[in-house]
Design a protein around this ligand. Structure first.
Ligand code: ADP
Ligand code: MG
Length: 726
């Protein structure tokens, strides 16, 4: 029946297992194919060891008991649905009862005088020791337990009311013994496996489902982790090799160009990281293979400046550059900060503008139609050098004269598809791409999520590390701390400084009970209410307080922000809209109310708004959650360090793997099952080196079909465009 055509249907359990009941039960567990079943790994193993005589059992200890059945009875449980089966056991010197929930079939299996081996925890119930829901180690009814068999680790599978772990074990072992060789083709090439001392696929499956020794399941796990890491890295490398084959236009810059003029106009020195990143980018741009680089670094590390220098190199090479932001607000901010940085080098249409300057434009969804048409025409005509915008830049109506460089801010909100759309806008050639993100990314995550990109990191902050004294203020446990906190704010305002106060919401949300957990959820105060309450505090008598939030018009927001920057009022009570925006060096105090409602990255980003090197800045993380709440550790961690990279590591550790990898990066959902890209760093690194070597020899994996097929199964495609665009 074997065919040579592409991708034959993988063997299905329904074709391999005769008992339909078993097939249905396995399908309910999500197992459809032979591979699903073979890769259905136990939740845990029991390492039984030697049997313990019943009279020697101790409460709360786990043991193996070897005994015969004295009697069995079942009854319906009163308060719970289901049946309870009670088995009385004896080993001649002692007796004990074992209770089983919802396994009524045991009654037929456990006949009086039948020998059984079981393992579980002995516990006291009404003064008597009993084994509650132990695992039965016998395989078949009527047979004595095989003492040799039960001395091996016993896999315990996630089971269900329809099928027991013992039955699953049995079925999987039969499948493993009868699997055709094609089904056991190893995705890992033999030399890679040997070089890393890993068992082959079949052997690893034996180790998983039929381990002879305690170490075998671990050895198998190592292999499956490596396999996942290897497959991901091979896929990333394949994509990378493909993009390198596309031609790009070299952007060598110009010796006496705008970049040079800009560098000379800078009132400060570049940081060492900025210089290094700048050199890396400049070299990439000068090449005819497209740049695909990620630039990451903490808030304020100077990424925008690095991006601007790259864009100037493109402009000096006679090309256009586009900066893409995830939201209109951010696009507007980028536009303003680029204009500000360029200063007189920008030709912004104003009266005294530099006519030979860099021509900047902002194009977003809210740009009026008339202006938008003008910008569109100027873009086609090559009258604009740098355009900043949102998704609107991706629409078909935006045509570039000659797009050489695309800078994407906050990549994680852009899908692979958008990146491809932009690429298609380069006339004939592929534009160079620089991706920026303000979230520091742990090394192995960067390698996995952005593994097809080169990486530049801005490690230090201009002017050296910041000093921001950070305090968690637990108002639930220490209500009187509130007064002290506001006193500090008041004292600093009285001394002529300014302060940010951050609210988690625009409107106040009253205290309530979580319908799911039944936990009390404290009130979350809205901006206006918060401003009113603060104004009434004796500590802040006379302070000038204003409010800012995302529902205000952009123009209004800008006015408030700029008045604050000019010191026209003292306290700005705001939502997270202040996360990014103009610098206010005189604001060196921040209070974040209901800090438990923010994520780590956000708290860190907000705090970054106060404090430059040498400042005596203070940030309070106020919370109405008790110290026992799960948010307490998060707040303590953020308060405990100013190191964005350390916080990123912590943040990623807290999240589920899937959230870390995201989905847009891959254009597909990855279903990593064993590998943790954080904890398994050595495996990721080793697999990466091996995968690169392999792909460099066989870029499309033509000679590694089993690996190719495995990768395709690992990346569960859910974005149909992905196939065509990658
Ligand atoms: P990021 O985008 O990484 O958050 P920015 O590029 O916005 O950081 O820079 C933050 C601030 O630091 C800006 O005001 C910028 O002008 C300033 N800055 C950037 N690089 C330097 C430097 N090398 N020395 C001093 N100030 C710098
Ligand atoms: Mg910035």
């Amino acid at each position: 029946m074997s065919e040579t055509g592409p991708a034959p249907r993988p063997p299905q359990l329904a074709d391999l297992i005769t008992a339909k009941r078993d097939v249905r039960a396995l399908e309910k567990l999500g197992l459809y194919s032979l591979e699903d079943a073979l890769r259905y790994f136990p939740r845990r193993y029991i390492y039984p060891g030697q049997p313990t005589p019943i009279r020697d059992l101790e409460p709360e200890s786990t043991a193996v008991v070897l005994a015969w059945v004295v009697g069995v009875s079942s009854r319906h449980m009163r308060n719970r649905r289901g049946k309870l089966t009670t088995v009385t056991l004896s080993d001649g010197m002692g007796t004990i009862t074992a209770t089983f929930f919802n396994q009524p079939w045991l009654e037929a299996k456990l006949l009086p005088e039948q020998w059984v081996a079981l393992t579980g925890k002995a516990s006291l119930y009404r003064g008597q020791l009993q084994l509650s829901n132990p695992v039965l180690l016998n395989q078949a009814a009527g047979e004595a337990p095989d003492l040799d068999e039960i001395s091996h680790p016993i896999p315990i599978y996630r089971a269900s009311a329809q099928i027991s772990t013992q039955r699953i074990q049995r079925l999987i072992r039969v499948l493993l013994d009868s699997a055709p060789p094609e089904a056991l083709a190893d995705p890992l090439p033999a030399d890679v496996r040997l070089a890393h001392g890993l068992p082959d696929y079949r052997q690893a499956l034996e180790y998983v489902h039929r381990p002879m020794g305690e170490r075998e399941p671990e050895q198998a796990l190592e292999r499956f982790k490596f396999e996942e890491a290897f497959a991901l890295q091979a896929e990333l490398r394949t994509r990378r090799v493909r993009t390198e084959l596309e031609p790009a236009v070299a952007l060598p810059g110009e010796a006496g160009g705008q970049l040079r003029a800009f560098d000379e106009s800078l009132p400060f020195e570049l940081t060492a990281s900025q210089r290094r990143a700048g050199t890396e980018i400049s070299k990439d741009l000068a090449s005819t293979s497209p740049m695909n680089r990620l630039l990451h670094g903490d808030v304020g590390s100077g990424k925008t400046l690095v991006a601007l220098r790259a864009m100037l190199q493109a402009v000096d090479s006679g090309k256009q550059a586009a900066l893409l932001a995830p939201t209109e607000v951010l696009a507007g901010q980028h536009f303003r900060s680029l204009s500000a940085m360029l200063g007189p080098l920008a030709e912004d249409g104003s009266l005294f503008a530099n006519p030979s300057g860099v021509r900047l434009a902002l194009l977003t969804g809210s740009t009026p139609a008339k202006e938008r048409r003008k910008i569109a025409l100027d873009l086609v005509a090559g009258e604009i050098d740098i355009v900043v915008g949102t998704h609107a830049l991706l629409s078909d109506s935006t045509i570039f004269h000659d797009l050489g460089l695309v800078v994407v801010d906050e990549q994680h909100r852009f899908g692979v598809r958008q990146r491809e759309q932009l690429r298609a806008k380069g006339s004939g050639a592929v534009p160079h791409t620089l991706v920026m993100t303000a979230t520091p990314i742990p090394r192995t995550v960067a390698m996995t999520v952005f593994g097809d990109l080169d990486v530049s990191v801005l490690r230090e902050l201009p002017g050296g590390p910041r000093a921001i004294a950070s305090h968690v203020v637990s108002l639930a446990d220490h209500p009187h701390w509130a007064a002290r906190m506001w006193e500090v704010v008041g004292e600093r305002v009285a001394a002529g400084q300014q302060a940010f106060v951050v609210a988690s919401r625009i409107e106040t949300q009253e205290a309530l009970t979580d319908p799911e957990t039944g936990e009390p959820v404290p009130e979350a105060v809205g901006v206006a209410d918060l401003a009113e309450r603060i104004a009434a505090l004796p500590a802040l008598r006379g302070a000038r307080i204003e409010v800012l939030h995302g529902r205000l018009e952009q123009g209004e927001k800008d006015v408030i922000m700029s008045r604050f920057a000019h010191g026209e009022f003292d306290v700005l009570v705001a939502t997270t809209v202040i996360e990014v925006g103009v610098d206010v060096p005189n604001a060196r105090t921040m209070v974040i109310m209901d800090a438990d409602r923010f994520g780590i990255a956000q708290l860190h980003q907000l705090r970054g708004r106060v404090g430059r090197a040498g400042d005596d800045a203070v940030c309070f993380f106020a919370t109405n959650r008790p110290e026992a709440h799960e948010s307490a550790e998060r707040l303590a961690t953020v308060a405990g360090t100013l190191d964005g990279f350390a916080l990123a590591d912590y943040d990623v550790e807290q999240r589920r793997e899937g959230d870390v990898l995201g989905r847009s990066q891959w254009g597909a959902r990855t279903s990593l099952r064993y590998l943790s890209v954080i904890r398994d760093e050595p495996i990721v690194l080793a697999a990466r080196t091996a995968a690169h070597r392999l792909v460099d020899e066989d870029p499309e994996l033509d000679r590694h079909r089993a690996l190719r097929a495995y990768i395709d199964r690992l990346l569960v495609r859910d974005d149909s465009d992905w196939m065509e665009t990658s």
